[in-house]
Design a protein around this ligand. Structure first.
Ligand code: 5CA
Length: 158
């Protein structure tokens, strides 16, 4: 078994603790953006899970959105679902809320359990790929498995 970088190992350990049977892989090329990840994983951009952190405008609470690589979160529409306006935080807020740097934010294994929303569009795929702690670490997973493990709020984000 190959040695994983510390941040990727934390994601693998978190998956194991959740009982989610996935294997974190280090790619030879960058998976920092959804486009790069799709290229590296040999899948479509839609099959890439973007793990996006938003910040509640009133509460400063961190919200995690697991979004298909081809979708953009409609912040106004989503505000209605969660009950407050959301804004994109800076990289520092993201690092503090998750314990990971942008480009490698995983869908779980954060410092604290985050309120989590899953893009319903991801559920159409057999397999999707998510970031696993570093800008070259990823894992494939059945989106239904991700949903059943994390029990997120499934929403239409776009
Ligand atoms: N590893 C890839 C594919 S899984 C990945 O993590 N993609 S991502 O989309 O989930 O993460 C990058 C996201 O971070 C982008 O959507 C981008 O909008 C956001 N981002 C990039 N730079 C900043 C920044 N300085 N502050 C806040 N958000 C940022």
């Amino acid at each position: 078994m190959n040695e994983l970088p510390a941040a990727a190992k934390r994601v693998q350990d978190a998956a194991n603790a959740l009982g989610l049977a996935v294997t974190v892989t280090i790619m030879p090329d960058s998976t920092r953006t959804a486009e790069e990840a799709a290229e590296a994983c040999g899948c479509t951009v839609g099959q890439i899970v973007k793990s996006l952190i938003f910040k509640g405008k009133d509460t400063d609470q961190a919200y995690l959105f697991l979004v298909s690589g081809t979708n953009r979160v409609n912040e106004k529409a989503v505000a209605k679902t969660i009950g407050e306006s959301i804004v994109r935080p800076d990289a520092d807020f993201v690092r503090k809320a998750t314990g990971f740097a942008i480009g490698g934010i995983p869908p779980f294994g954060h410092m604290v359990k985050l309120a989590t929303f899953l893009d319903a569009d991801l559920l159409q795929y057999e397999t999707v790929w998510a970031a696993a702690g570093t800008p070259r670490a990823v894992f494939p997973v059945a989106p239904r498995q991700l949903r059943d493990t994390l029990v997120p709020t499934v929403i239409q984000v776009a």
